[in-house]
Design a protein around this ligand. Structure first.
Ligand SMILES: NC(=O)c1ccc[n+]([C@@H]2O[C@H](COP(=O)([O-])OP(=O)(O)OC[C@H]3O[C@@H](n4cnc5c(N)ncnc54)[C@H](O)[C@@H]3O)[C@@H](O)[C@H]2O)c1
Length: 381
């Protein structure tokens, strides 16, 4: 049976929606593969960028037809008026996720019955202001039978799905969760990430994926147990200096707005196990390094490089085989973004929010966790 064409719109013509040579993300290319959609609008105040991406897309012999009627817009309200069935919100978080008029995009779209895919982080406003807004968004989605998904794509990574399965099979009691996320900076950075005012800092903006995995794999965190320390640019001993930033990227950012160079946090999960997170900005080059270790009684699961096209799940298990030997499960070209978006489009077509692994409500808890980590560290500056 042929499917009806979904009318979709993009808010933000940046890397998350249309890619850049050096990054693996690019929602448009996954949606083109999935098919059955027509792009009716792209909103971006930077019309040079949106014009460039539209021209590029139109030139594709395979997918150009999806963009034939696409209009370039500069304000999301124009797209709202065009009544797409689905909207992808990937503008920086400073321009969304807030009760303030003009920044309450998720609420405006869901209230009029438009399905929403929104990127992390959900916002940059403090959780006290954000949480009541998040409740209104979730309520509007429920009332209008709207599917809303948040871009925590690691929840769709095949290795993470396998970890969840193995943990459940092993009885589910995680003793320790340890995430390390090391940022590489010497070949260039997105300048706005480096200013806490625009993206909320490295935990709210980046390590949020690993805070989310902590919650997804182990469960909720006892916030009263959290402890964080940070190494900042202004550290008296000079250990916070970054000497290899290209194009003097931080020169116009005041020292107190520069993101921390190292963040170390630990906590207790509500289920009793312990968690740690280390984020740093030190690595040469542009390749990030990320690893998660999860330990249960007689079982260790290490997820190595989930951002890379090849990632490894290294397992040391008491059950079966040699308990002193690691067993590697290799995941080659596992496209977590494609699985995430394919699930979202299926959920929209079936009007089934239950297919979505990251709802707004759930992602709000991750948002609160990232802020708790950030605030704990900033207090001790
Ligand atoms: N899930 C992931 O793996 C992942 C990866 C990259 C980025 N992201 C998220 O996606 C979001 C965007 O990141 P990016 O890398 O695309 O940034 P980017 O800087 O490449 O692009 C952002 C675009 O949004 C536009 N913009 C600014 N204000 C706008 C507004 N009011 N309305 C519409 N467009 C506006 C900018 O002009 C720019 O073109 C961020 O929240 C980021 O955290 C998620």
């Amino acid at each position: 049976m042929s499917q009806t064409m979904l009318k979709i719109g993009f808010i933000g013509a940046g890397a998350i929606h249309f890619g850049r040579p050096e990054v693996p993300w690019d929602h448009a290319s996954r949606l083109e593969k999935i098919g059955g959609m027509e792009v009716i609008g792209i909103v971006d105040p930077d019309t040079r960028r949106s014009d460039e991406v539209l021209k590029e897309r139109l030139a594709s012999p395979d997918y150009g037809h999806m963009y034939t009627h696409c209009r370039l817009l500069t304000d999301y309200r124009e797209l709202l008026g065009m009544k797409p069935e689905v909207v992808f919100i990937g503008a920086p978080p400073a321009y969304r996720g807030s009760p303030i008029d003009g920044k309450n995009l998720e609420l405006e779209f869901s209230r009029v019955g438009i399905h929403v895919f929104v990127e992390k982080p959900l916002s940059i406003v403090p959780p006290e202001e954000f949480s009541p807004y998040a409740c209104s968004v979730s309520e509007a989605c429920r009332a209008n039978n709207i599917v809303l998904s948040v871009g925590y794509m690691f929840r769709y990574h095949a290795a993470v799905l396998k970890m969840k399965e193995m943990i459940a099979h092993h009885g589910g009691k995680v003793k320790a969760f340890n995430a390390r996320y090391y940022f590489a900076y010497t070949e260039g950075v997105n300048k706005t990430w480096f200013n806490t005012d625009f993206f909320g800092g490295p935990i709210v903006e980046q390590a949020t994926h690993f805070c989310d995995l902590a919650r997804y794999i182990v469960g909720d965190v006892d916030m009263t147990s959290l402890h964080t320390i940070m190494l900042n640019d202004c550290d008296k001993g000079g250990a916070g200096n970054l000497n290899h930033l290209l194009d003097r990227a931080e020169d116009d950012i005041p020292s107190n707005k520069r993101i921390p160079r190292v963040t170390l946090s630990h906590w207790r999960f509500e289920d009793g196990g312990l968690g740690t997170l280390m984020h740093s900005i030190t690595l040469p080059g542009s390749r990030y390094q990320a690893t998660i270790d999860v330990q249960l009684d007689g079982l260790q699961l290490s997820l190595i490089d989930p951002y890379e096209s090849t990632s490894i799940l290294r397992v040391r298990n008491l059950e079966g085989g040699n308990p002193n030997q690691d067993q590697d499960f290799v995941f080659d070209n596992d496209d977590k973004y494609l699985r995430e978006l394919d699930t979202f489009i299926k959920a929209v077509r079936q009007r089934k929010q239950s297919l979505i692994k990251s709802s707004y409500e759930d992602a709000t808890k991750t948002y609160e966790l990232t802020w708790a980590i950030r605030r704990q560290g900033e207090v001790k500056m």
